[in-house]
Design a protein around this ligand. Structure first.
Ligand code: G1P
Length: 297
């Protein structure tokens, strides 16, 4: 039996400049997808996969995140008094067991690899997950849970993977596939943000990882890579061919890039259409919009 994966790192130190001015005073992770902040989707996915300890790597200006996961005694009392039990229930998902959540500051924006390394003392010598809340994945079985199942077989390091169009490969970490076994691939190389035309495949890394603590040791001596940043991809790639070699996992589900405005809007529509209380009205509105658009052409 492998060691259970019970800790997850959530790198949330980014400034979210693509969403300015909104992110001037609101952390990107608190921005709302239907009626829940982005980060709640990642937390729910982590919980479903059996994660018990949640480690946020934050930066200045992210205080709202800490408040979000705190209890709100006054608000809760008011809701209880006025009998709004459904709202009280909705708040439950935001509460963390005492001691289950930790915040670490990344003092300088040195890259994703550095952000993960900042949490090294809280991880110790056990496998751990990394979840990038910008990547929102709608799936029947939550993506991290699928990966943890597959990881029981493979061990090593596992990254979520998805085919992307060739002209988008330079926005991702890209896998050089050794053996393709269907949902799992073994990997013989990984390149972070390859130059146009130089990607070894179109199988991209998506923001879910199950990593061996060896990656943290690799990060100890990591030099900056693509974009002048310390890259997580490079530290994982160092484990290829070792006892902790690397696998890609083609998850079942739809991924939204909520780090981009178009992706965020698409996710908003998709998640709203999946809700019984919103679907009919929204669908009607979208149909009207499409018709108007057609008529105008
Ligand atoms: C990060 C990783 C990259 C991965 C991507 C997935 O890049 O460095 O390997 O493909 O997330 O969303 P970022 O989007 O932070 O530039």
């Amino acid at each position: 039996m492998r060691k259970k994966v019970t800790k997850a790192i959530f790198p949330v130190a980014g400034m979210g400049t693509r969403f300015l001015p909104a992110t001037k005073s609101v952390p990107k992770e608190i921005m709302t997808l239907v009626d829940r902040p982005l980060v709640q989707y990642a937390i729910d996915e982590a919980r479903a996969a059996g994660i018990k300890e949640f480690i946020f790597v934050t930066s200045r200006g992210k205080g709202a995140l800490e408040d979000y996961f705190d209890h709100a005694p006054f608000l809760e009392q008011q809701l209880r008094k006025s009998g709004k039990l459904d709202l009280l229930e909705a708040l439950k998902a935001t509460n963390m067991e005492s001691g289950a959540i930790a915040y670490i500051r990344q003092h300088r924006a040195l890259g994703l690899g550095h952000a993960v390394w900042c949490a090294r003392r809280l991880i110790g010598n056990e496998p751990f997950a990394v979840m990038l809340p910008d990547d929102v994945i709608a799936a029947e079985t939550p993506c991290l849970e699928q990966m943890i199942d597959a990881y029981q077989e493979t061990g090593g390091n596992m990254v979520a993977a998805m085919e992307v169009p060739a002209d988008k490969a330079s926005s991702y970490g890209i896998l050089d596939v050794d053996e393709d076994m269907g949902s799992v691939v073994s990997v013989k190389g990984m390149v972070e943000k390859p130059e146009a035309g130089k990607a070894p495949s179109n199988l991209a890394v998506i923001g879910r990882y199950i990593l061996s603590p060896s990656v943290l040791s690799n990060l100890n001596k990591m030099k900056s890579g693509a974009g002048g940043e310390i890259q997580l991809t490079d530290a994982i790639a160092q484990d290829i061919g070792t006892e902790n070699t690397v696998y890609g996992y083609r998850f079942r589900g739809q991924r939204f890039d909520c780090g981009s405005k178009a992706g965020f809007l698409q996710a908003t529509v998709a998640f709203a259409l999946a809700r019984d209380d919103l679907r009919d009205d929204l669908l009607r509105y979208l149909q009207e919009m499409v018709q108007l658009d057609k008529a105008a052409q």
